[in-house]
Design a protein around this ligand. Structure first.
Ligand code: CDP
Length: 214
């Protein structure tokens, strides 16, 4: 069972992915953390995230054990991540690790921007998680607040819109719903309600698969 979850910044992909992975006993990869690591490495070395040579080098020498470093979740690193993510050589350098994770025996849950479209188009279930820019900005303000970073709602809304435009407008693997993806708008849903809906979608897919019709 491979579950692909895509969607824009702060739509709730990560929370849903972790909940589904725990429920169905599958390993989970937050692919945004890969791009965040590349962005963080460049910022730490005082390099420009838009520099394609430096960004590719950082992507090729990633330390995959730093996945859960809280420094990866800052607003500055998120911004740098979306800049490096527009560089095709960076995407290519990160592709194999994501593909291998998806194809491990037993399956996996991956969340990101291009899982259902590029990394794993054959996924058994594809979810495209959305929410209004305002709902996403409020969530991200609260998330950063919890980590001790203070950003105003207006500033975050502007950042969310810039990130949406960059992620959807890039030529290589732009953010869009994959063919056959189930759309899940979480704007007015609690976390529990969103997880329930996602779980129901996956369970229906499992039933179809067992019946040989999906
Ligand atoms: O947590 P948030 O939704 O803000 O972002 P993230 O999932 O951590 O991803 C950070 C950035 O990495 C995104 O803005 C994308 O530009 C990029 N990304 C991507 O291009 N492809 C992926 N599969 C995952 C992330």
């Amino acid at each position: 069972m491979i579950i692909a979850i895509d969607g824009p910044a702060a739509a709730g992909k990560g929370t849903l992915a972790r909940a589904l992975a725990a429920h169905f006993g599958l390993p989970h990869m937050d692919t945004g953390a890969l791009y965040r690591q590349v962005g963080a490495a460049l910022l730490a070395d005082g390099l420009d995230p838009a520099d394609p040579v430096a960004a590719e080098q950082a992507a090729r020498t990633l330390d995959l054990t730093r996945f859960t470093d809280p420094q990866l979740r800052t607003a500055a690193v998120g911004e740098a991540a979306s800049v490096v993510a527009a560089i095709p050589a960076v995407r290519q350098a990160l592709f194999e690790a994501q593909r291998a994770f998806a194809l491990q025996p037993g399956g996996a849950v991956l969340d990101g921007r291009d899982i259902g479209t590029v990394v794993c188009p054959e996924a058994d279930v594809k979810l495209f998680v959305e929410a209004s820019p305002e709902a996403r900005a409020w969530r991200r303000v609260a998330e950063l607040e919890d980590r001790g970073e203070h950003v105003s709602f207006e500033e975050m809304l502007a950042q969310v819109r810039i990130r949406d435009a960059r992620d959807s407008g890039r030529a290589d693997a732009p953010l869009r719903a994959a063919e056959g993806a189930h759309l899940l708008d979480t704007s007015d849903l609690s976390i529990g309600a969103a997880v329930d809906r996602a779980r129901a979608i996956v369970e229906a897919a499992i039933r179809r698969k067992a019946a040989g019709t999906g």
